[in-house]
Design a protein around this ligand. Structure first.
Ligand SMILES: *Cc1c(COP(=O)(O)O)cnc(C)c1O
Length: 386
């Protein structure tokens, strides 16, 4: 089965990990800060905090911004559940804003309308979490403008988008947000096995996230409530977690960073090839905003079902039977039973639901060969025309 995404591991990556395994530190050594610096420098952000997953990064990003009971946080329904779950971990309420019909990212128009309504009823969000779906940036300038008008903070869920650009600048520079989060899960653009990172330009937020990733413990005397008892001394000053990334994972990430631009360029070449090969089929290819250079984590097509004599799920099964590991990103989060129990109703975000009924993620990753890609296109052509 051709997967929809997979990692690309080189001999240099393996060597980098082995070197750490032979060193003194498997965790809390020099590789983590080196990886953090590499990502922060690449993106043009001041601070980076590496953690064991993007889910953890989203959690401590929310906590660092003070999200708690009684607060409301809004995100897109077309995302992985972690973008919303992080809000619930903090005891806050999550709500969803419908998507843009072209980018499938959070709709700025829907966000503006919902904010105007929320202002009247006095329940404006504390934080909005735009998700850069497939690696294409949301309209951050517009969302940032709304944040200034209505007074909320912004966490970019850029799990798909390391290596992407928005208006010629790297996603992750936090120019239009408080914090940006990346994921290094194997299907994402670069990998550390499991792993994530939170970037920010705010020293206070960076410090709070550092504390929260390691039990809320400090060894800085300036942060302690009284002088240290001795050189062994540390203080717990917040309720943190063990969200640390290991040094051998960071070494893998650092090694992968050297090929980030190449990975994204290869994804673009593959996407361009799909665009051409699919142009005569009854499917919509991914629309790209001119402000955006996508990282192309996903290549999502939408079926024009009125021109195809099969259902969405029939097509899915036909493709999988042909060895094409298609996937669907994503089921609207509030359709999940856990969220349904919280009272979200089917029909809440109509554009997201329409998308869910038509979307298919085709395989895309740097190691995908042209032969494999041809096999995907052939299987799709057969499925939509027969
Ligand atoms: C993968 C992903 C996450 C979670 O990432 P992990 O590193 O697996 O925790 C969160 N949000 C989005 C949009 C993702 O795609």
């Amino acid at each position: 089965m051709i997967p929809y995404g997979r990692q690309t591991i080189s001999e240099a990556d393996i060597q980098a990990v082995v070197e750490v395994l032979r060193s003194d530190f498997l965790t809390q050594g020099p590789a983590v800060p080196a990886f953090e610096s590499a990502v922060a420098n690449y993106c043009g952000a001041q601070y980076a905090c590496a953690v064991n997953s993007a889910t953890s990064a989203l959690h401590i990003a929310c906590l660092a911004l003070g999200v708690g009971k009684g607060d409301s946080v809004w995100t897109s329904p077309i995302t992985f559940v972690a973008s919303a779950n992080c809000v619930l971990y903090c005891g806050a309420d999550v709500d969803f804003v419908d998507i843009d019909p072209r980018t499938y990212n959070i709709s700025v128009e829907c966000l503006a309308a919902k904010l105007a309504q929320a202002e009247k009823t006095g329940n404006l969000p504390k934080v909005v979490i735009p998700v850069h779906l497939s690696g294409q940036s949301c309209d951050m300038e517009a969302i940032h403008r709304l944040s200034q008008q209505y007074g909320f903070n912004i966490i970019e869920d850029a799990s798909h988008a390391i290596g992407a650009q928005y208006r010629g600048q790297s996603v992750g520079n936090c120019r239009y947000s408080d914090i940006t989060v990346f994921s290094f899960h194997p299907v994402k653009i670069i990998t550390t096995g499991e792993g994530g990172m939170a970037l920010t330009n705010d020293a206070g937020l960076a410090r709070r996230m550092q504390l929260l990733r390691s039990h809320g413990i400090t060894r800085e005397t300036s942060e302690m409530t009284h002088d240290a008892d001795g050189s062994w001394y540390y203080q717990q000053i917040a309720l943190g977690f063990n969200y640390r990334l290991t040094d051998f994972q960071a070494a893998l990430g650092l090694s992968q960073m050297q090929r980030l631009d190449e990975f994204v360029a290869t994804r673009h070449a593959l996407a361009k090839r799909y665009d051409d090969l699919l142009s005569h089929l009854p499917v919509a290819i991914p629309w790209q905003h001119s402000d955006s250079y996508s990282a192309l984590h996903l290549y999502v097509i939408r079926l024009r079902l009125n021109a195809i004599n099969k259902t969405h799920s029939e097509l899915f099964e036909l493709l999988r039977a042909e060895g094409v590991g298609v996937n669907l990103h994503y089921i609207p989060v509030y359709w999940q039973p856990y969220y349904q129990e919280m009272g979200f109703k089917i029909g809440y975000c109509p554009e997201a639901e329409r998308y869910y009924g038509e979307a298919i993620s085709l395989p895309i990753y740097p190691g995908l060969t042209e032969t494999q890609q041809n096999q995907v296109v052939l299987a799709l052509r057969k499925a939509v025309t027969v």
